[in-house]
Write a protein that binds this ligand. Structure first.
Ligand code: NAG
Ligand code: NAG
Ligand code: NAG
Ligand code: NAG
Ligand code: NAG
Ligand code: NAG
Ligand code: NAG
Ligand code: NAG
Ligand code: NAG
Length: 811
């Protein structure tokens, strides 16, 4: 999932406002025009409201720097919240002209094509203004309104705006994609306010998921209009002049707050507030929203529901939905977290299924209080839980069976729609059928860069461009590579599912960890992944732990990977690896709980003050090699660490080397890849193939190990720029020079113990030189390295690590 994550970051549509229209023009006449994208021309400015709260003009879409949206936004707050927009389907290119004519506004592209114009005018226009409420009005000679944005709303209503019968809001497609989305908010002719989804692109209307009930009946008077008044109250005015409030929430001051009511792209209608006079790091917050729970409210029994098909909707604290694929399912479009999910395995009544014992093929994933209420094809009652499972297992059409009410079993078929978590289901169980056997897994999605060729292609397209692109590319290669690892792992993991799911990791509550760390009081260290705190926890016995609070868990893809990855990490057990005890998933926080390592990092041991004994250093080097051997070759699925460095090697009570952060480089690769490329633009621990268009293999860890080994021998950092002697700056180069010149003693200065153990010392340097070969194929495997260290295999004369001197500068 790493790849889409990056794509998301690169292509996410941010909006940047152009040519803020700060002149206090509040009144323009026909003939005036505004050109999109011509910044330094004061004539290109159009207008702002007299009080300066709102601006009208072109906003630039950042995803395509040459495209503009004609819109109205809040002029005084930094995040340019758009309240109205015109040309949703055809963004305006640079140089497009907006003109006020007697027939209204006309937006024309630079090639002469008409993009948008105001429709339905009943009189000739002579002027236009933006009023203090954010209403853009076209007026005739007599200052009578001919057309106004308040009568042509998009997805937002503002105080003083009134919606008549037949009025409609339509959601955006995504937060920053202004094309028409799938939800509508509509005041029907019978006075009922309703919300429903439509099927795109036809616009076919599905059933309502919200109705205000303001229709004419013996008990109620029909609605006439929806009023959002100047005090911020929003109500439907009935024929008998009673007010039907949309929410029971109290008032918010309209003098202190900006208010807007928007139909969000996910179908929730929300009243937002924003302090007027603030530098507003706090931004918009929710006052109220309808419906109460869009995941379960009313019926949404046509189409996929709020989320895509086979997805599961849960309600977040802000009453907005979040969508997640079930385990062993993944997003069809990784860039659309609200889209449909597909199983990662072949489903249905295929040949093999008919001929094999079903129990050999399938397993159940059990979900509590989860339901897809409209996808059933059969109800069995009375039925026991066992009957229910058995019946679904035997039935090739069954995707999931819901057991509820103690005796009822609903069998459901694909595609599953309207999935939701609903605590009102009182502990109902969903038995989701998933395939056991990896040979039936579907091929990976096309976005995965699977073959070396593709990787090289991507590389050669981007390399040679700017430094920035190179940075992005390195990130991309890193991510895609790691994604491939993850995918391969997934393949194998399915085989091991039975036990992998039940790793012995403990799931901690956030409060528990907060208490254990005394409110995240004592910091042990920090790195690319997050901050580590010391803590004490009771897991059978009182145990000291290190709690790592991970950064960067904002993106859903990462979140999903979190557990998958933990399953892998949780299965690793080796005396040279730091053991993960448990984890915590809370809101936006992700934490990992590790064994506490009393003797700090290898970095502090090696580089701060006195050299540790030669014997201890040997023992540490051997330990790291064994830990890596386990990760590369002995644990159930290969784990490439990608970030071996002395800061990631910890020392336990007995000064055993323990590798930490394995698996995390994939888990949190985004952040990591950035830091690495920046920090290690000069030679560091990162293998040269990261900077070239070459595939990434476990040999990258061998390279880093080689650097580490040379550091352990010499007790100095690989890169020391302040040395008087330039040739000593890069340890890996200097070590080879010393070796070539027969001057190895210089490497350890006056380290008597090392010099006395000359044979081992020379061997270690040679192994280090083998490991840091520029060409990955020349580097030994970690297995070979351990054999050489142990003396099982003879050590040969190494070639020069970098036959052609290569500059790693990123320019
Ligand atoms: C617009 O400008 C005209 C002439 O400058 C002025 O008479 C009129 O009051 C203005 N209208 C508004 C609403 O500001
Ligand atoms: C739009 O085009 C003009 C001239 O062609 C150019 O000077 C200006 O920088 C462009 N604006 C943007 C935002 O690309
Ligand atoms: C246009 O902008 C220039 C400098 O930005 C300023 O000197 C000039 O007065 C402006 N003209 C008008 C009509 O605002
Ligand atoms: C730009 O503004 C100046 C000053 O208001 C005016 O003289 C000039 O005609 C304007 N140019 C265009 C192209 O509208
Ligand atoms: C702006 O226009 C709307 C609609 O005509 C009106 O209700 C509102 O009072 C106006 N606001 C101001 C501040 O003039
Ligand atoms: C409202 O409904 C009542 C009966 O419930 C009916 O008599 C009346 O005519 C209706 N009013 C309108 C405006 O339709
Ligand atoms: C509607 O809201 C207003 C303002 O918050 C309040 O004064 C009024 O009592 C509410 N009406 C009902 C029927 O709750
Ligand atoms: C906004 O920030 C500026 C400078 O950072 C500060 O002087 C000012 O007081 C702040 N205003 C508010 C309302 O916080
Ligand atoms: C769940 O239990 C509560 C209380 O026992 C009951 O009122 C409610 O109807 C139950 N919900 C369902 C969906 O069975």
């Amino acid at each position: 999932m790493a790849m889409p994550l990056l794509l998301f970051l690169i292509f996410s549509l941010k909006l940047i406002p152009i040519s803020i229209l700060c002149q206090s023009i509040s009144n323009i006449t026909i003939g005036a025009s505004l050109s999109a994208g011509t910044n330094n021309n004061n004539n290109s400015s159009w207008m702002s409201s007299p009080n300066g709260d709102f601006a009208f003009g072109f906003i630039k879409l950042e995803q395509d720097t040459n495209l503009f949206l004609l819109s109205i936004w809040y002029a005084k707050i930094p995040d340019k919240t758009i309240v109205w927009y015109a040309n949703t389907d055809t963004p305006a290119s640079n140089g497009s002209i907006l003109e006020l004519t007697s027939n209204g506004l006309v937006l024309t592209a630079s090639n002469g094509e008409q993009i948008w114009k105001t429709e339905g005018l009943n009189a000739r226009v002579s002027r236009a203004m933006l009023n203090d409420s954010g209403n853009f009005v076209l007026m005739d000679d007599n200052f009578a309104n001919v057309w106004e944005t308040f009568h042509n709303p998009r997805d937002t209503l503002l105080p003083t705006q009134v919606m008549q019968k037949g009025g409609k809001l339509s959601s955006r497609l995504k937060e920053n994609d202004f094309k028409k989305g799938k939800f509508e908010f509509f005041l029907q002719d019978d006075g009922n306010l309703v919300m429903y989804s439509v099927n795109l692109p036809s616009g076919y209307v599905n059933d309502n998921y919200y109705t205000s009930g303001t229709v004419n009946s013996s008990a109620s008077s029909a609605g006439t209009k929806l009023v959002f008044d100047m005090y911020g109250d929003m109500y439907i005015l009935r024929e008998n002049n009673e007010k039907h409030n949309l929410s029971e929430e109290g008032r918010v001051s309209t003098t202190q707050y900006y208010l807007r009511a928007s139909l969000n792209f996910d179908g929730v209608f929300t009243l937002y507030q924003h302090p007027k006079n603030s530098n507003s790091s706090d931004g918009w917050s929710t006052v109220w929203s309808i419906p109460d729970n869009i995941c379960t409210y009313g019926v949404l029994n046509q189409g996929s529901g709020v989320c895509g098909y086979n997805s599961i909707c849960t309600l977040k604290n802000d009453k907005r939905p979040s969508c997640e694929c079930p385990k062993w399912y993944s997003l069809i479009d990784p860039n659309d977290p609200y889209g449909s999910c597909k199983p990662d395995f072949v489903q249905g009544c295929s040949e093999d299924e008919l001929s094999n014992n079903k129990k050999d093929l399938y397993d159940f994933e059990v979900l509590i209080d989860t339901d897809w209420p409209y996808s059933d094809y059969v109800l069995q009652k009375p039925f026991t839980e066992e009957n229910c499972k058995q019946s679904c297992m035997e039935d090739c059409m069954c995707s999931v069976a819901i057991f509820r009410l103690g005796d009822s079993c609903w069998k459901k078929k694909m595609p599953l729609s309207n999935g939701r978590v609903d605590s009102g289901l009182n502990g109902s169980k969903a038995f989701m059928k998933v395939r056991k056997d990896s040979s039936f897994l579907l091929p990976p999605p096309t976005i995965v860069i699977k073959k070396r060729k593709t990787l090289i292609l991507v590389g050669s397209v981007l390399f040679g461009s700017s430094a920035f692109l190179n940075l992005v590319l390195i990130g991309l290669i890193w991510l895609s590579t790691c994604y491939v690892f993850v995918y391969k792992k997934k393949l194998r993991r399915v085989n091991q599912r039975d036990y992998a799911v039940k790793t012995n990791l403990r799931c901690f509550a956030y409060e528990e960890l907060k208490e254990a760390t005394n409110g995240f009081d004592k910091e042990l260290g920090r790195g690319g992944f997050g901050v580590v705190y010391e803590g004490v926890i009771n897991i059978g016995s009182t145990t000291r732990v290190a709690v790592k609070k991970l950064n960067n868990f904002l993106l859903q893809e990462v979140e999903k990977e979190f557990k998958n990855e933990l399953n892998v990490i949780g299965l690793t057990h080796h005396k040279n690896l730091v053991r993960v005890i448990g984890f915590c998933e809370a809101e936006s926080e992700r934490l990992l709980v590790f064994e506490y390592m009393s003797n700090g990092t290898l970095a502090s041991l090696l580089f701060n003050g006195e050299k540790p004994s030669w014997k201890l250093r040997l023992q540490i080097a051997f330990g790291i090699a064994r830990g890596l051997l386990y990760l590369h070759e002995e644990c159930s699925t290969q784990i490439i660490h990608c970030d071996i460095k002395p800061q990631n090697i910890l020392l336990d009570d007995y000064h055993n080397a323990r590798i930490s952060d394995f698996g995390l480089s994939k888990l949190l690769n985004m952040n990591q890849s950035k830091t690495n490329t920046v920090i290690r633009g000069t030679k560091g621990y990162v293998a040269p193939e990261w900077f070239k268009n070459m595939p990434i293999t476990s040999k990258v860890d061998v390279y880093s190990f080689g650097v580490l080994l040379l550091e352990i021998i010499s007790c100095r950092r690989n890169v020391e720029l302040e040395t008087e002697n330039e040739e000593k700056e890069i340890l890996t180069d200097w070590a080879y020079d010393c070796y070539k010149d027969g001057n190895l003693d210089a490497l350890v200065e006056n380290d008597k113990e090392a010099l006395e153990d000359k044979k081992n010392f020379v061997k270690l340097v040679i192994i280090g030189i083998w490991c840091v070969q520029e060409d990955p194929s020349l580097r030994p495997s970690i297995k070979k390295v351990t054999q050489m260290l142990e003396g099982v295999v003879e050590v040969q004369v190494p070639p020069c690590p970098s036959p052609i001197s290569i500059q790693y500068s990123l320019d």
